[in-house]
Write a protein that binds this ligand. Sequence first.
Ligand SMILES: NC(=O)c1ccc[n+]([C@@H]2O[C@H](COP(=O)([O-])OP(=O)(O)OC[C@H]3O[C@@H](n4cnc5c(N)ncnc54)[C@H](OP(=O)(O)O)[C@@H]3O)[C@@H](O)[C@H]2O)c1
Length: 292
Amino acid sequence: MAAKIIKGAEIAKQIREELKVEVEEMKDKDGTVPGLVTILVGENPASQSYVRAKTATAKELGFHSVQDNQPADMSEEALLKLIDKYNKDSSIHGILVQLPLPKHINETKVLYAIDPDKDVDGFHPVNVGKLMIGTADFLPCTPHGIQELLVRSGARMEGAEVVVVGRSNIVGKPIANMLLQKGPGANATVTVVHTRTRDIAFHTKRADVLIVAAGVAEYVKGDMIKEGAYVIDVGVNEVGRTAEGKRILKGDVEFDSCAEKAAAITPVPGGVGPMTITMLMKNTVKAARIKR
Ligand SMILES: NC(=O)c1ccc[n+]([C@@H]2O[C@H](COP(=O)([O-])OP(=O)(O)OC[C@H]3O[C@@H](n4cnc5c(N)ncnc54)[C@H](OP(=O)(O)O)[C@@H]3O)[C@@H](O)[C@H]2O)c1
């Protein structure tokens, strides 16, 4: 196997260590403690485990960490009121509403109700717009994690041909926009491909950096990539269960065939996944700095 493995878990740990130092400095300087609330409506098991992980990481970093669990039959009006309460709470710098919400609640309405200065997920249209014009305070967590992985693993982004597979609002579009910006860790030439693209392999084969967020297990094979490419696999696809009931996960990239040709590649699990929560913490520290 030729490729360097980009170890997201290790890079995420390194960033969390940096954040711990930053949080201590903030506390020492003027007593600011970053505050993060995670709001969970209902009892979706996957959401419960994501929220637990977010709350635990916030605590580990010395944040004021609040987990606010609400019943599945909570009304939309009550949720909007709760968000308003946290918008006004000066001990809270970041508000995260765990998605998906129960069907009777309008997700867009809820996300738009979060104060953009506390929108640490980066999904509010004000923050999406700022990202587009290159003045973002909060970059969305998964794309930000991808950019950090690329920069910290030594990918040359300046002038690179980047191809992004997928155009979702949470991964494909924001990462394409971020890497297109003028500035360090960006300045790339970006192509985005999707289900209506005529010849996907034509594009993926010329990518110096290939980012795959399609949600299709092992979609990109070795014969679709360029020798020496950096390959970032965002996909998380459950393809079965072990005898013990553990989930078997595959990425959107066929790891073995791509690792033979790539210069560097992220594994699944252990690549992009661990970065997402860490970047949420980074945004919360930033929100606390902005509010000081
Ligand atoms: N590790 C993490 O933290 C993290 C975070 C977010 C997502 N993910 C994972 O990343 C993957 C993508 O997530 P998402 O939310 O971006 O997915 P999504 O909303 O389903 O979007 C998938 C995108 O891929 C495109 N696509 C699907 N099949 C394709 C194909 N055969 N050829 C070309 N393009 C294709 C779709 O094109 P159209 O627009 O034309 O339909 C769409 O734009 C999922 O596996 C998800 O679980 C991981």
